[in-house]
Unconditional design. Structure first.
Length: 339
């Protein structure tokens, strides 16, 4: 049986920008419902780099992704947002009274006066290597595409495949706890930040990690769930067997907007064009913030997404409270509700 939820603002995406939008809307006395395809809040911060430090959050010289999400959740908590997790918005329609009606994959119906798209670059999933028996090892956790807790790899033999920032950063991090780290890449040049790539090569020279170059993944060995080894191969067909407990495959993410792409939004290369002053899209009542939004001069930074959340909330206020003047007040003057 479907559930109908009445709210002021429906926020699609529970990443950093979506969570901060809850706060900004709450400060203007607007209620929020937040929908996300992931089973937990945090978006890519939680799914891809919970233990990776972020250095460009104002007032935080260094903060890990998971810690940032916990702080944003606490900041939004006084406003009582409702989270609908593990489901995505399948349809958007306008009702006769002007409200927007959203239907989710779990059967929920949300009636809102406005929508904020904070869906990052859309729904995302890992690019999987074409290996026989892969699903069984994925189910057991032997093959993974992200790291949530570094301690899970303490004393383990880890093979990391990929040549980008994720592969290099986790190799540098896991070498401190894993029994063995082998990095597999098809060429000597890495696509990671130059300083990180240099650190990896220095670690390899010290024997802290091993570089398997030029190789690529060829096969998995084990009982179908527990991994015992990863077989590598060169382009010439030469193979090498590496004993392993875990394979971490970092081949990037496959991004897609999903049903959002069918709503009639103004799209530019899978991003939503918005008015930079209000973050309004071409659909009345729908705003977009964060990585999914684009306009001239746009910077894909969390801090810019935070600013966009504030602008969108203020632009939405007249829709939720028509005819009511909005007097701007600083948080130092008005405070926030007691926890």
């Amino acid at each position: 049986m479907s559930e109908t939820i009445e709210t002021d603002v429906a926020i699609i995406g529970a990443g950093p920008c979506g969570l901060f939008a809850v706060f900004e809307c709450g400060m203007l006395k607007m209620r929020c419902v937040v929908v996300d395809t992931l089973e937990e809040i945090g978006g890519q911060c939680a799914a891809l780099y919970p233990e990776k430090p972020i250095f460009d959050i104002p007032a935080h010289p260094r903060i890990e992704g998971a810690a940032l999400i916990r702080a944003l959740e606490a900041q939004a908590a006084p406003f009582g947002p409702r989270y609908l997790l593990g489901q995505r918005v399948e349809a958007l329609a306008r009702e006769e009274d002007g409200r927007l009606r959203l239907a989710t994959s779990a059967g929920a119906v949300i009636r809102a006066r406005a929508v904020i798209l904070a869906a990052g670059a859309g729904a995302f999933g890992p690019n999987r290597p074409p290996l026989e028996g892969l699903s069984g090892y994925e189910a057991s956790g032997a093959v993974r595409y992200l790291v949530t807790k570094r301690e899970e790899f303490r004393g383990k033999r880890v093979v990391i495949a990929g040549g980008g920032d994720s592969a290099v950063d986790w190799a540098l991090s896991l070498k401190e706890v894993a029994a063995r780290v082998v990095v597999v890449h098809r060429r000597d040049k890495f696509r990671a930040a130059p300083e990180s790539a240099a650190q990896l090569k220095a670690a390899a020279e010290r024997g802290e990690v091993e570089l398997a170059i030029p190789y690529q993944l060829h096969a998995l060995e084990g009982d179908g769930a527990r991994l015992s080894a990863v077989v590598l191969a060169t382009l010439k067909g030469e193979t090498r067997r590496v004993e392993a407990d875990h394979l971490l495959a970092f081949f990037g993410l496959s991004m897609e907007l999903g049903p959002i792409a069918e709503w009639g939004l103004g799209l530019e290369r899978s991003h939503v064009a918005v008015d930079p002053a209000t973050c309004a899209t071409n659909i009345e009542g729908v705003h977009a913030i964060g990585d999914i939004a684009t306009y001239p001069g746009k910077l894909k930074l969390i801090l810019q997404g935070f600013s966009e959340a504030a602008m969108a909330a203020h632009a939405i206020h007249p829709r939720v409270f028509p005819g009511e003047a909005l007097h701007f007040e600083y948080s130092t003057s008005k405070g926030v509700p007691a926890r």
